[in-house]
Unconditional design. Structure first.
Length: 462
């Protein structure tokens, strides 16, 4: 079991956007709040020097982090820089010299997946993989075959316990709250099964368009960008069995078991959409068939969940920006009071962003003589979104060898298995208006299990 703390951090792609937007702010939090005090070495081929990297760090933190002059000063003192080509062995010799006496480095590959093999091979040739760890960013492959090939490359130089496949969604506090709410309370878990649950919905809506990421998004699409990873991880947290024992892998074992039981998608269980105007975005092909919206219907072929439909929808240029999961419970076996009730009554709604709360839907009686009621929502808890940033949480875990919030080889493979049938032969995209909730075919997909439960604007959830 990996328990030793890394004694240095090396991040490749130090001059790139990911470092600028996420890694520098995460490092500031680790230095200021968690006492990180190890060499931090940036590596890139940019023709830069250390002073330029420090200037980049200052600018990043000014734009993306809370000001903390003391922590910033300590972070800049820890920074080192190696400039060089990843294909040049001298770059890694220079890195080895810069690390000095550090012998348990954490290598963060904030670089395109096409360079993973080049870098891990060079790390091995220079001996920097010994007792080291490696963090790799998504997308982890483009399909099941490429993900398996990438795994083989990594495993050639690093054993599985030292590979940390990062998905920042797992580092979000509300996603962790799903597991906590389920397994820390005895009130809901007895109902968390096919006898009592009618259906499950997960929505990840973004009101903004592809912005300046047209080239990336057009080669990726909503299914690969958020459903194959973020949404399936949220599904696993919602539906997995309780972890057994205290073993380090107990939680990931249960996630893997759940995802391996999810029935693969077919053409009848998916709706793909593209918002009008997408093809005019910079970097997007004029004849693009990439989806900016996707809705899917899934089933988990397990004893607990047999027959319970799971609906996931995600997209851009929708009516608002919010993510939440709703567990809708089955109605009572008969209408005791003879009422005709429209829409879902009993449910648990877990808000994932931008605000954080858990709510319960119930029916309560109207005052008066008649036995009639109204649907109400009881807010169980609400928290401000200013919590530990996910990259800070995940990078801190990787430094300490804590693997629960990272993808494992079999988990990643199971996620690709679910979406693989659609990748090769996707159904055509349907147009939808920006600001809507996607193509009308999504309503047809959910059918009598609907309607889709529309997230409320953030101002109405607190």
């Amino acid at each position: 079991m990996e328990t030793a703390t890394s004694d240095a951090i090396v991040f490749f792609g130090a001059t790139g956007d990911l470092a600028y937007e996420q890694i520098f702010p995460a490092l500031l939090g680790l230095v200021g709040e968690e006492g990180l005090n190890v060499p931090i070495v940036g590596v890139a081929k940019a023709g830069w020097n250390l002073d330029q990297l420090k200037a980049r760090a200052r600018d990043s933190i000014a734009k993306h982090a809370k000001p903390d002059p003391g922590a910033l000063s300590r972070l800049l003192t820890l920074l080192r820089y190696v400039d060089g080509d990843y294909n040049d062995p001298q770059t890694f010799e220079n890195l080895r010299g810069t690390l000095g006496s550090a012998h348990r480095p954490l290598h963060y590959l904030a670089i395109p997946p096409s360079l993973f093999g080049v870098v891990v091979s060079a790390l091995a040739k220079s001996g920097l993989n010994t007792d080291g760890r490696v963090v790799v960013e998504k997308p982890f492959g483009r399909d099941r075959e490429s993900a398996r090939a990438l795994n083989q490359t990594l495993l050639e130089y690093f054993p599985e316990p030292t590979i940390f496949r990062i998905d920042h969604y797992l580092g979000k506090e509300p996603v962790q709250n799903i597991l906590y709410t389920r397994f820390a309370n005895s009130t809901s878990e007895p109902l968390w099964n096919r006898q009592h649950v009618h259906s499950i919905q997960i929505t990840m809506a973004e009101a903004f368009d592809v912005r300046d990421r047209g080239s990336f998004y057009d080669a990726t699409g909503a299914l690969r960008d958020v459903v194959q990873n973020h949404m399936l991880q949220a599904l696993a947290n919602l539906m997995m069995e309780p972890p057994t024992g205290e073993e380090n892998e107990a939680e990931r074992d249960q996630k893997a078991a759940l995802l391996k039981a999810v029935r693969p998608l077919d053409a009848a269980s998916i709706v793909r959409g593209q918002y009008r105007g997408y093809r005019s975005a910079k970097g997007v092909r004029p004849d693009s068939t990439t989806e900016t919206f996707v809705a899917v219907k899934l089933f988990v072929d397990s004893w607990r969940w047999a027959g319970v439909p799971v609906y996931i929808r995600a997209g851009k240029s929708l009516a608002l920006t919010a993510a939440e999961a709703t567990i809708r419970f089955a109605p009572p076996p008969r209408s005791t009071f003879g009422e005709k009730i429209d829409g879902p009554v009993n449910y648990i709604r877990m808000r994932l962003s931008p605000d954080i709360n858990v709510a319960m839907g119930m029916r309560m009686k109207h005052p008066g003589e008649r036995m009639e009621g109204v649907n109400v929502e009881l807010m169980l808890t609400a928290h401000p979104p200013a919590l530990t940033p996910p990259y800070q949480r995940l990078l801190g875990d990787a430094i300490h060898g804590v693997r629960e919030l990272f993808g494992r080889e079999d988990i990643v493979d199971a996620q690709w298995r679910i979406v693989e049938p659609i990748l090769a032969h996707p159904p055509p995209c349907q147009d939808y208006e920006p600001g809507s909730w996607g193509p009308s075919a999504a309503d047809t997909l959910i059918g009598t299990d609907g309607p889709w439960l529309t997230p409320k604007p953030p101002s109405q959830t607190t």
